[in-house]
Design a binder for this molecule. Structure first.
Ligand code: FAD
Length: 308
């Protein structure tokens, strides 16, 4: 069995595996796709001390750094169930049929942005279609952007972007915004923001290399309208990859793994880090910090166990 078994090979999982292995304990990492969301990212400019890098490059560096240690890497493995044990071991069942057993488990299965599912969205991802205002906002300085979604994250994104870009159009499907009243009031006080409600985005337009506009259907009149712009931030939900954990440990109403300040979950010996958890602000540097932190928590847990 492993002393520490990490499930998920993104920034959080890689950091956790390295921190655990540096304690000289038996460490394994199982991941569906080593690198995680970083693999889908183009420019990364907020990974502090590295002014500019690209996703695939950072993902390769993550993997290489993990390989520098005695970590058993199990890539292309999907965890399907977590079974807390009464014998001091937690078991992780894999889609392959195998079961892994470990004294401590670190869950770092990340999250995925919900997509609009309209023509052009996938084609122009990273070419004007963006999901993270903290990451990509500055790339649109002085340009025109739309934010899709009128919940808290959409309205926060619109307020944030309004300070950077020339013009923001917030597009909400429903008849009204769902964000907190204080955010809506702030939004409406901004001169360069237009709010469209009852508007269904139907297509992302591009010129072959970049986004040039979008179309939406005015749900009140049924008419389709077209807006010229350079960027589209999709803010209709970040979904944690935790469906497989339902019933095994405590999840928030949004499906995030509930963690305390030490990254402990509701199951003793099981820890979690990164975008899959309730820890706020989903970023690479934060996921790495949380991964490092929970590996130290797991080690603290291990040294308190009475030898069997
Ligand atoms: P993830 O990166 O999501 O990794 C999750 C890991 O778990 C993967 O290896 C996955 O395959 C694995 N996994 C999932 N389910 C299972 C399972 N059941 N069994 C086994 N393995 C599983 N952040 C920034 O700081 N700067 C940026 O510029 C930036 N740009 C971004 C651009 C895009 C397009 C996207 C999508 C995100 C961007 N982010 C950026 C956010 C950043 O990528 C995430 O915050 C970060 O990757 C989270 O790390 P994580 O390790 O928690 O999860």
């Amino acid at each position: 069995p492993f002393d520490v078994l990490v499930v998920g090979g993104g920034p959080a999982g890689a950091a956790a595996a390295i921190y655990a292995a540096r304690k000289g304990i038996r460490t394994g990492i199982a991941a569906e796709r080593f690198g995680g969301q970083v693999l889908d990212t183009m420019a990364i400019e907020n990974f502090i001390s590295v002014p500019h890098t690209e996703g695939p490059k950072l993902a390769a560096a993550l993997e290489q750094h993990v390989k520098d240690y005695a970590v058993e890497i199990m890539n292309l493995q999907t965890a399907t169930k977590l079974v807390p044990g009464t014998d001091g071991f937690t078991r992780i069942e894999l889609a392959s049929g195998a079961t892994l057993s470990a004294r401590t488990v670190i869950l770092s299965t990340g999250a995925r942005w919900r997509q609009m599912g309209v023509p052009g969205e996938a084609e122009y991802r990273n070419k004007g279609v963006a999901y993270c205002p903290h990451c990509d906002g500055p790339l649109f300085k002085g340009k025109r952007v739309a934010v899709i979604g009128g919940g808290n994250s959409g309205v926060e994104a619109a307020i944030d972007l309004a300070g950077i870009v020339a013009q923001v159009t917030l597009i909400e499907f429903d008849g009204k915004l769902r964000a907190d009243a204080v955010l809506q009031a702030k939004l409406r006080s901004l001169p360069n923001v237009t709010v469209l409600t009852s508007a269904q985005t139907t297509e992302v337009h591009g010129d072959g290399s970049r986004v040039v506009g979008l179309s939406y259907k005015d749900r009140a009149t049924g008419e389709t309208q077209r807006i010229a712009l350079e960027g589209i931030f999709v803010q209709i939900g970040l979904v944690p990859n935790t469906e497989w954990l339902k019933g095994s440990l405590a999840l928030s109403p949004r499906g995030e793994i509930e963690v305390d300040a030490h990254g402990r979950t509701s199951v003793p010996g099981v820890f979690a880090a990164g975008d899959a958890t309730t820890a706020p602000y989903k970023q690479i540097i934060i996921a790495m910090g949380e991964g490092a932190k929970v590996a130290l928590s797991a080690f603290d847990h291990l040294i308190r166990q009475v030898p069997a």
